[in-house]
Design a protein around this ligand. Structure first.
Ligand SMILES: Nc1nc2c(ncn2[C@@H]2O[C@H](COP(=O)(O)OP(=O)(O)O)[C@@H](O)[C@H]2O)c(=O)[nH]1
Ligand SMILES: [Mg+2]
Length: 356
């Protein structure tokens, strides 16, 4: 899965990415989009690795794009920002980073430290970028529908939909508020509307703001996951070896790593869960959409396994952890043979039986 970190100038995106992935912070003024892969922390994998001692453990990863800081203060900044925004239309998720930290050495954007104000500005700019796209699309479709082509009926339907999208944006509503059915989604999917994408918010807080509450109800839906990250501190923590890091985190009262929080918020916004497999000495976590059936989960692992699917031998990770061994969960009748239509649950450990 691919996510893009978007934020105003010097909100701390690169520092966050560096703390999550170990990538170096690009020099100030860099205008390139940086890419880095973040391993998704999963305590279940750690536990299972201890238990099965596989040769190889493969965790899920999140492919993160770090956009240079956006600035909408003048026309030049706005044009550069629009170019950057248009480059991320294929990502699966937007992570909007806003600044709450105070740092006298880093002048704040528009001379304000106002996370809700920054978020509102970002949302407005995303709406405007989508409006531009909708408008161009409507102009094209209006010409196209006059011609008696094979796609005329489809074009007319799309034109009607695009006009509804335009109206929504003009009343400051995201495109996701209009696109409801699968057919509508298919119709606009390839355009990569930004306000149709799931999103999360990461508030970059100072060390003394870890307990602070932020109210974003005026600019985003309550379903959008919001996390707090102290980028500078996390960056320092990321430089330490694992034992010192644990010790420091305990001293500071941090119970969850930034990577853990970040990954959880991405999974939640995308509606993802994980199942786990142990196949030929490789332990692996597989992200899937909630509601995925066993047959499609098998297809993630290998197309052959889907083609020759017989049964999914399944147990819950928590049962194994509680009862301590595969033998014990078997004796307790907790290993199930599930069919094609079984809806996979988060933390299922699955051994697919198949025949090709
Ligand atoms: N005090 C403090 N400074 C930070 C924090 N996060 C980032 N900074 C500083 O703010 C500046 C901008 O950070 P950077 O990650 O480059 O922001 P970007 O433009 O959004 O990529 C850098 O000088 C960072 O050291 C933070 O949590 N606390
Ligand atoms: Mg940066």
């Amino acid at each position: 899965m691919k996510v893009a970190l978007l934020g105003l100038l010097q909100s701390g995106k690169s520092t966050i990415l560096a703390s999550l992935t170990g990538k170096a912070v690009p020099p100030p003024g860099s205008t390139a989009i940086e890419e880095a892969i973040m391993p998704v922390p999963d305590e279940r994998l750690d536990w299972l690795a201890e238990y099965y001692k596989p040769k190889k453990t493969t965790c899920a990863t999140i492919d993160c794009l770090d956009l240079p800081g956006l600035n909408f203060i003048d026309e030049h900044g706005r044009a550069a920002a629009r170019r950057l925004i248009n480059k991320i239309r294929t990502v699966d998720l937007l992570v909007l980073v806003v600044r709450a930290f105070e740092n006298p050495a880093v002048p704040p954007y528009r001379n304000r430290i106002d996370p809700a104000g920054d978020l509102t500005e970002l949302r407005t700019e995303l709406l405007l970028a989508d409006l531009e796209l909708v408008t161009t699309r409507i102009e094209r479709l209006e010409k196209q529908v006059t011609k008696p082509t094979k796609t005329q009926a489809h074009d007319k339907a799309e034109l009607a939909l695009q006009k509804r999208l335009q109206q929504a944006i003009e009343s400051e509503k995201p495109i996701s508020s209009v696109v409801e059915t699968e057919a509508e989604f298919e119709m606009v999917k390839s355009l990569g509307f930004l306000t149709l994408k799931p999103m999360t918010v990461a508030v970059n807080v100072g060390e003394d703001q870890m307990g602070a509450e932020f109210d974003f109800s005026a600019c985003i839906d309550s379903s959008v996951p919001v996390i707090k990250i102290c980028a500078e501190l996390e960056y320092e923590l990321a430089q330490l070896d694992i034992d010192s890091r644990r010790e420091f985190m305990a001293d500071l009262g941090i119970t969850e790593s930034a990577a853990g929080k970040f990954a959880k918020s991405c999974y939640s916004a995308l509606g993802l869960i994980s199942f786990l497999t142990v196949v030929s000495d490789e332990l692996r976590a597989w992200p899937i959409k909630k509601g995925t059936i066993a047959l499609d989960a098998a297809g993630k692992v290998h197309t052959d396994i889907k083609r020759g699917f017989i049964k999914a031998e399944t147990f819950g990770f928590e049962d194994l952890k509680q009862l301590g061994s595969e033998k014990a969960i078997k004796a307790a009748g907790k290993i199930r043979l599930e069919g094609k239509d079984y809806i996979v649950r988060d933390g299922d450990v699955i051994n697919f039986r198949f025949n090709v």
